[in-house]
Design a protein around this ligand. Structure first.
Ligand code: ZN
Length: 212
């Protein structure tokens, strides 16, 4: 039985190349302004211990563990982060990497690589923590019990305030919108049956297995 436990949300914004070492591992330069893309709301699914079905016929599916913030109200210029965001968690920006390489080569949009159903599994919501991105706590992903990624939000190229101002002014942010804030180095391929755990510090906030 695969997970039908979709998660109600509205817009899902993501940022590419927001950690230097991850940009470098894929051979990409760090952008001069945030490189924003979006996923359909149907990408969101709870990482609540159940199995999640992913496409198995379109090449490699890569995991990218990221901090994700949930907006509770409408963005206005100058709004404080603690007024805008109610919760945060760790999520995965799942990516069909071979598809993405093909799209990049043609200069096509990333939707087919980044926007498929279940491409945004999310841990449980934690209450907004002031300065979570500067608190020294880190987030991590374990694959089959082994830690494969650990990131410190302080290493983001564009921090939460900068990303919020950029996305809010250009695209708008409203209640139910999610903001994925980029992945640190260590991305890699998922295989059928892989078990994933997401951590904030050492606290597990999400877990599940993948059917590919
Ligand atoms: Zn990402």
């Amino acid at each position: 039985m695969t997970n039908q436990n979709t998660l109600d949300c509205r817009n899902i914004y993501c940022v590419g190349r927001n950690y230097r070492l991850h940009a470098a591992e894929l051979g990409n330069a760090v952008p001069e302004s945030p490189m924003i893309f979006a996923k359909p709301s149907h990408a969101a699914v709870r990482l609540d211990g159940s199995a999640i079905a992913l496409p198995g016929d379109r090449g490699a599916v890569h995991y990218e563990a990221e901090l994700v913030w949930l907006a509770g109200r409408r963005y206005e210029p100058g709004i404080a982060l603690h007024e805008l965001y109610t919760h945060f968690t760790v999520g995965l920006d799942l990516t069909l990497r071979d598809v993405q390489d093909g799209l990049k080569a043609k200069g096509y949009p990333w939707l087919a690589a980044k926007g498929f159903r279940h491409s945004a599994p999310l841990g449980r919501w934690l209450p907004y923590e002031a300065n979570a991105e500067r608190s020294g706590r880190s987030f991590a992903m374990r694959l089959n019990g082994t830690e494969v990624q650990r990131g410190h939000a302080a290493d983001m190229v564009f921090d939460l305030a900068a990303l919020t101002a950029h996305v809010g002014a250009i695209y708008g942010i409203g209640p139910g919108d999610l903001l994925f804030t980029g992945t640190p180095e260590g991305v890699g391929k998922l295989a059928d049956g892989d078990a994933v755990e997401l951590l904030w510090g050492d606290e597990q906030v999400g877990a599940g297995t993948f059917v590919i």
